[in-house]
Design a binder for this molecule. Structure first.
Ligand code: HEC
Length: 124
């Protein structure tokens, strides 16, 4: 029973891996966010992902907060997503995604991140 269960899990994970790596497969911005970003930023973007622990020198940014997000223009976000935090003098704990995601996917993620911020003062 346990083996069957493990096999099912293994099959499921390799299927989702395939989906993510098959050429022509177009993931939605939400799917990309949940897959690549949520472990740090949290599914809701508040920065409470499973890898966000107190021991980190710099926490994943709260992408829903006007105070934080008003510091970044769309082109700055695209630059960070493509080349990683240090390109905008942010921490290297924010990884680069330019070798993994297409420019269209990165633009989709920029718009998705923008929409997570709903407070007064969030950039439009
Ligand atoms: C390993 C953890 C980690 C992952 C995974 C991660 N981030 Fe980040 N991210 C960070 C950290 C840490 C910062 C804040 C860096 C700082 O304050 O110096 C950050 C900052 C940001 C910022 C604000 C900086 C800016 O220029 O706008 C955005 C937007 C962002 N991340 C989006 C994303 C997106 C989208 C993904 C998925 C493609 C992602 N992050 C994946 C850790 C992560």
């Amino acid at each position: 029973m346990k083996t069957k269960y493990n096999l099912a899990i293994a099959t499921l994970s390799s299927l989702s891996f395939l989906a993510q790596t098959t050429p022509g497969f177009a993931a939605t911005p939400k799917e990309n966010f949940d897959w690549y970003c949520a472990q740090c930023h949290g599914v809701d973007g508040t920065g409470n992902g499973i890898n966000s622990v107190d021991e980190l020198p710099v926490g994943p940014m709260n992408l829903t907060a006007a105070k934080e997000m008003s510091k970044f223009t769309g082109p700055m976000i695209i630059k960070t997503l493509t080349h990683g935090g240090p390109v905008n003098t942010l921490d290297s704990l924010m990884p680069p995604w330019g070798n993994r995601l297409s420019t269209d996917e990165i633009e989709g993620l920029m718009n998705y991140v923008r929409a997570l911020c709903k407070e007064d003062g969030c950039p439009k």
